[in-house]
Design a protein around this ligand. Structure first.
Ligand SMILES: [Zn+2]
Length: 273
């Protein structure tokens, strides 16, 4: 294919990256040298994809979910790679972490597209592009990307922001209102609907700020700001257990660095949103 962008191969098992014990935590996003992969996993299939941040190829491989992790190797949750990001940065698809996440997204998609969705024949890799190809009916399947919005709601009366505790969050962590785009819906409509459904508020001036590939399993997170327009906070009690207006002086526990939610919250804290 193209010139190599990095020599490492990303080896996945389930939601983990498998690396040698010698690989320091700070280097897991570089993958593992091919000769080491081939020494240990003799017949493993390698898949390739073009990088998106520079000309070149990214390589990955998957271990079966029941395959033992050999002595001298360890499985590190892919999400842990995000902790390598420094404060104030976010996943933007570039660099070793961006490439690791792209390989992870593609690894999962390959596992989920073993068979043609139309006729059930075993898929192959298309020779000319990153797609799965059915040899029987010719159907092509591309990596699925699910857009989701995440929004910081700012109250211009006092500069506060709405942060909410979702049942899925760690204890005491408050973050932003998020949800998936529905078929046939604009992203702005998704923002307004999710806010209405989850906390019962109406917003105005919905503005796009930044996006982030989030392959857990296949999202593209689209970060927005919105201004509070009307309504009283009513947490839906299903996803959102509690939601409140916070000022910069009364902050709860916040989501970790590397997420677009934290990026938006930091933007609000710095007064740039
Ligand atoms: Zn088919």
């Amino acid at each position: 294919m193209n010139i190599e962008i990095g020599t490492g191969i990303y080896l996945f098992q389930g939601s983990s990256l498998v690396v040698t014990d010698e690989t320091p935590d700070t280097a897991i996003a570089d993958g593992t040298p091919p000769e080491i992969i081939h020494q240990t996993f003799k017949d493993i299939g390698i898949f390739e994809m073009p990088a998106v941040d520079a000309p070149g190829t990214i390589r990955g491989a998957s271990l079966g979910k029941d395959a033992p992790v050999p002595v001298g190797w360890r499985a590190v949750p892919v999400r842990q790679g995000l902790s390598l990001l420094t404060a104030g940065t976010t996943v933007d698809g570039t660099g070793p972490i961006g490439r690791m996440l792209r390989a992870y997204h593609i690894a999962q998609w390959r596992q989920d597209s073993l068979f043609c969705g139309s006729c059930g024949t075993k898929n192959t890799d298309a020779p000319d592009e990153l797609a799965r190809l059915c040899p029987a009916c010719g159907r092509r399947e591309y990596p699925r990307i699910s857009p989701a919005v995440i929004t910081i709601i700012i109250n211009d009366d006092d500069g506060s922001a709405l942060l909410a505790h979702n049942k899925k969050f760690a204890d005491g962590v408050y973050s932003l209102i998020a949800g998936f785009n529905e078929a046939g819906e604009s992203l702005e409509a998704t923002v307004a609907r999710e806010i209405r459904e989850e906390v019962g508020l109406e917003v105005r001036d919905i503005k796009y700020i930044a996006s982030q590939p989030w392959p857990f399993p296949n999202s593209l997170m689209l970060g927005f700001t919105a201004r509070y327009a009307s309504g009283e906070i009513h947490p839906d009690g299903i996803e959102i257990e509690d939601a409140r207006w916070f000022t910069r002086d009364t902050l709860p526990k916040l989501p970790g660095n590397g997420s677009v939610s934290r990026y938006l919250i930091n933007g609000w804290l710095e007064g740039s949103l």
